[in-house]
Design a binder for this molecule. Structure first.
Ligand code: JFZ
Length: 590
């Protein structure tokens, strides 16, 4: 299971005080899982519906990251936090009087999820700000009782989802509640000055509200608890018991804490590079913020969305992609259009995603990714080879048949096995604009050599995640790019003089390859690249505090086959020299 190390990369990358970082880390808490649901009915949701819509929508959406004329950059639902606008509780609660999302159209949002090809929606019923987006009898700080809107959008969404055959799940911040007395990181006293404990908050607000969301909205698919932080186990046990009692088929998110959830949520906004066992999801967002931020126009294109979706399914998981509706209830048009374009593609060739599982390679391939269903492999090609020849490394099982899918049509594809690779003869032009799928029917269950293959035509990036490292430190680091916007990377740094990152690779086409390295560091660095039993090259290049790619030189692989390649830090500042990957691009002579 993936764990975040909580280290901070080069000082200039850290936009925020280190305290904010440590702080957020402790809020997350443990989420190690009992995987009971893997065998149970509940697991069905993840197996068949491995694409979902996440929605962050609340009072904070109305601020859109701007308070008193000042813009705060980062995840908008944290706007109250002192590292963002630092809004006092009373002032924040007063915002409800101006919250009137009159344009909210539950059916339009459910239809968007449907058009996008998503199978269920998880929406913030209550985020850390404590504002309930549903009609709560337990607490008046809710959208029906505290706003001029006075409708229950969760009810409307539940009805719309039911009509369209979508699942619905509720995000509920169980530990953090910044406005309820006794809530995690909330006020420590009641209005009259008497002390409030977490137990008070739990009995008066949290437990009754979880009772409400699990009884008032029909069958729900998931209760998505988040940031368990310091919550004692007995409280999580009670919450899970309420969910089990009222919604026996619902999944409980791993972020409930204390290992009591049903599945793992991986680090936010990140798609894993290697297969992960068990039931898990990656959560991601269409731009860089969860909640609506007025300035954030950094949208993922339809192709990026599909790449990330197929990669999650290929790694064995589920992909939940977020939208942040505006304070008036509308969904930013660019997000909607990107989701629909990706959905149109999914409708043409749905086999590669729905009901499909992990790639036998365990990682992405240079041209795209593989998903599997029994003896069938689906090769989703995002970077179509100009020659029309697609190279599949290390496929050991014989191919019975290969077909290029194109909606209802499918054309047979010629294939041969050469040097342990499969080579497919495709048309020079891809049928799909965003990606195309080739279905391979194998003679038996897929068996592959997982060694990384260097593509004879396309660029191959080989990550240090897959390297064997000696005399240097390999670690996973995460940092906040903006407040709450997490990035993570596997890197090799602290190089000793004879330290090396070493990979085995499969070469199909002999010849010269341009080699470049992606790294961060300071000053000028001399890197060496060594082909075991063959060429050694080295070169000095500049370095940047963020990860950038620099060319090193050409190396030759004299014949097809298996090689060991290693990278070393020959000279320069070896401690901060942080390698992310090595790239190989075949030299084109014509
Ligand atoms: C949490 C929330 O604090 C945030 O506002 C948003 O709702 C997000 C989906 O979830 O933030 C987290 C929680 C856990 C991790 C990262 C951010 N994590 O474990 O990497």
């Amino acid at each position: 299971m993936m764990r975040i190390t909580g280290c901070i990369l080069g000082a200039s990358l850290v936009v925020l005080a280190p305290l904010a970082h440590a702080d957020m880390n402790t809020l997350w808490g443990e989420q190690a899982m009992n995987l009971r649901a893997d065998e149970a009915e509940r697991g069905q949701l993840f197996r068949d519906g491995n694409y979902a819509m996440f929605i962050h929508w609340g009072l904070y959406s109305n601020l859109a990251n701007k308070v008193d004329g000042k813009t705060y950059y980062g995840i908008g639902e944290w706007i109250m936090n002192e590292n963002m606008a630092g809004i006092p509780v009373d002032r924040y609660k007063a915002l409800a009087a101006d919250f009137n999302p009159a344009e909210f159209d539950a059916m339009a949002i459910a239809q968007l999820a449907k058009d996008a090809g998503m199978k269920y929606i998880v929406i913030t019923s209550k985020h850390h700000d404590g504002f309930a987006m549903f009609h709560s009898k337990a607490n008046a700080f809710n959208i029906v009782d505290a706003t001029p809107f006075a409708r229950d959008p969760m009810k409307e969404l539940a009805d719309a989802c039911r009509q369209l055959g979508l699942g619905l799940g509720f995000y509920y911040s169980h530990w953090q509640d910044w406005t309820a007395p006794g809530g995690g990181r909330g006020p420590e006293t009641y209005a009259d000055g008497t002390r409030a404990t977490f137990d008070d908050y739990f009995r008066e607000k949290c437990l009754p509200q979880v009772e409400e969301i699990t009884t008032g909205y029909g069958p729900i698919a998931i209760v998505w608890f988040d940031t368990p932080g310091g919550i004692p186990k007995k409280y999580v046990e009670q919450l899970v018991a309420v969910v089990r009692k009222n919604q026996p088929d619902a999944l409980v998110s791993g972020r409930a804490g204390h290992g009591l959830g049903d599945y793992v949520t991986n680090g936010d906004m990140h798609v894993p590079h290697q297969n992960i066992e068990g039931m898990w999801e990656s959560v991601d967002t269409t731009n860089d913020s969860w909640a609506y931020a007025w300035y954030d126009e950094n949208w993922k294109t339809p192709k990026e969305i599909l790449r990330r979706l197929v990669a999650c399914v290929g790694r064995g998981g589920t992909y939940m992609l977020n939208i942040g509706p505006r304070g008036d209830g509308t969904v930013p048009d660019r997000a909607a259009r990107a989701l629909r374009a990706a959905g149109d593609w999914l409708r043409r060739d749905p086999q590669a995603v729905y009901g499909a599982g992990a790639s036998p390679w365990g990682h992405a391939l240079p041209w795209g990714d593989v998903t599997a269903q029994g003896n069938r492999l689906f090769l989703t090609v995002f970077d179509w080879p100009a020659s029309g020849r697609l190279h599949v490394p290390g496929l050991k099982t014989p191919i019975r048949g290969a077909r290029l899918l194109d909606g209802d049509a499918a054309t047979a594809v010629a294939h041969e096995s050469l040097q342990g690779w499969a080579r497919l003869e495709l048309p020079a032009r891809a049928p799909g604009e965003l990606a195309s799928v080739i279905e391979l029917e194998l003679a038996s269950a897929p068996e592959v050599d997982r060694t990384l293959g260097i593509d004879p035509e396309l660029e191959t990036e080989v990550l240090v995640d897959f390297a064997e490292v000696t005399g240097a430190a390999k670690e996973r680091v995460s940092w906040m790019e903006k407040f709450g916007e997490w990035k993570e990377i596997d890197r090799v740094h602290a190089w000793e003089k004879d330290g090396a990152a070493r990979w085995e690779v499969l070469v199909f086409a002999p010849g010269d390859y341009e080699v470049s390295l992606t790294y961060a560091g300071t000053g000028r660095i001399v890197w060496g690249v060594d082909v075991e039993g063959g060429e050694h090259i080295q070169n000095q290049q500049n370095a940047s505090h963020n990860y950038q790619r620099f060319p090193i030189g050409w190396v030759n692989f004299p014949e097809a086959g298996r090689y060991a390649v290693s990278v070393s830090c020959v000279d320069g500042e070896r401690e901060p020299a942080s390698l992310k990957s090595i790239h190989f691009t075949p030299v084109a002579w014509k």
